[in-house]
Write a protein that binds this ligand. Structure first.
Ligand SMILES: [Zn+2]
Length: 346
């Protein structure tokens, strides 16, 4: 059943509350990407969803603190899991990728409330060499009534005149992109964006954190810096040496920049097709304390045996309300997304 329907049912019946005793677990790790100010321009939904407003972040922190949640760091999540202790439910805040607005908009709010959070960084972001193709692709379909390119001697064409067509074109091309391994990916991105004269590093410069901002945050005891690979590739599409490089190199580079140990990791595009058993084992062997996926779920005592693949609760810019939050934290959406299993590792 799709999430939209689940939300509608819960809104009508309040059924999500019945899940709380069984599916809310010991706490939850929240997943964010960006904190960004609202505007009303036409956007691709998948990108807009990754942008939560600063106002909602502040409301959310207030709500959690007044509702007896304890906001903890990932080191504390690790401690709670290995020692099985803690009466209050915990919440950990995590941000993926390394966007600049985590520094400019989110960090001041966390400081104001004295609340910890984690930023998982793909090192190509602060190196300003990341190809944030999802923003390039958004621009491409928003600006053009049709999008076309040649790839591997095949021509591809997508209508993108109406809002619906733009969404559909974005999703079809996105699916092509995330299926690629490294070399093929670079060729495909070139084939798509070069004919339109787009600078593939444009959004690295516009949107990524720089090393100076990261270093400043890393010196604050409220902030944990985690690793999120070098290149933000789909790990399941790489060979094993490449995956090891992505995991170890990103940690090494961040550690040498911030002068601190990096002990937490998150998988790029961490849903089922993009990160699995092979990746989990490699991260476990690399000696991280915890690693998080994009699988949806709360944290249960059993996760002490699965510290390398902890699920998270996505906080979306298109669901900035406490009812949606409770639909996740109660365990209602996670339980129905995973056929009532609590601990999903596969
Ligand atoms: Zn990511």
């Amino acid at each position: 059943m799709n999430q939209e329907r689940l939300f509608r049912i819960a809104r009508r019946t309040g059924i999500h509350k019945a899940f709380r005793p069984f599916y809310s677990g010991m706490g939850s790790i929240l997943m964010f990407h960006r904190i960004a100010k609202r505007d009303n321009s036409l956007r691709i939904e998948k990108n807009r969803r990754n942008e939560v407003s600063p106002e909602f972040l502040e409301l959310l922190i207030n709500y959690l603190l007044t509702n007896a949640y304890e906001i903890v760091s990932l080191d504390e999540v690790y401690e709670i899991l290995v020692s099985r202790g803690k009466k209050k439910k915990f919440i950990a805040f995590t941000f993926d990728d390394g966007y600049g607005d985590v520094y400019s908009l989110a960090y001041p709010i966390f400081k104001k409330y004295g609340v910890p959070f984690t930023v998982y960084v793909s090192t190509k972001y602060p190196d300003k060499k990341a190809v944030l193709w999802w923003y390039l692709l958004e621009d491409l379909v928003l600006k053009n009534d049709a999008v076309g390119f040649m790839h591997d001697k095949k021509s591809h064409h997508f209508d993108s005149a109406t809002a619906e067509q733009k969404e559909a074109a974005f999703h079809s091309i996105r699916t092509m992109i995330i299926k690629q391994g490294t070399d093929a990916l670079e060729r495909l991105l070139k084939d798509i964006f070069e004919p339109y004269g787009m600078n593939v590093f444009e959004y690295s410069h516009k949107l990524a954190l720089d090393w100076n901002q990261l270093t400043i945050m890393s010196e604050d005891p409220l902030v944990t810096i985690g690793a999120h690979t070098v290149n933000h590739y789909t790990l399941s599409k790489l060979d094993i040496e490449q995956v090891e490089y992505e995991i170890n190199k990103s940690r090494e580079v961040i550690e040498s920049r911030i002068g601190k140990k990096v002990e937490h990791f998150s998988y790029p595009f961490g849903s089922r097709g993009e990160a699995g058993k092979r990746e989990f084992d490699l991260v476990k062997n690399a000696g991280f304390k915890t690693a998080t996926t994009t699988r949806i779920g709360n944290i249960f005592p059993e996760h002490r045996n699965h510290l390398e693949c902890l699920p998270r609760i996505p906080i979306s810019g298109n669901r900035e309300d406490m009812f949606s939050l409770e639909s996740f934290l109660s365990g209602y959406i996670p339980a129905l997304s995973h056929k009532f299993r609590k601990v999903v590792t596969g």
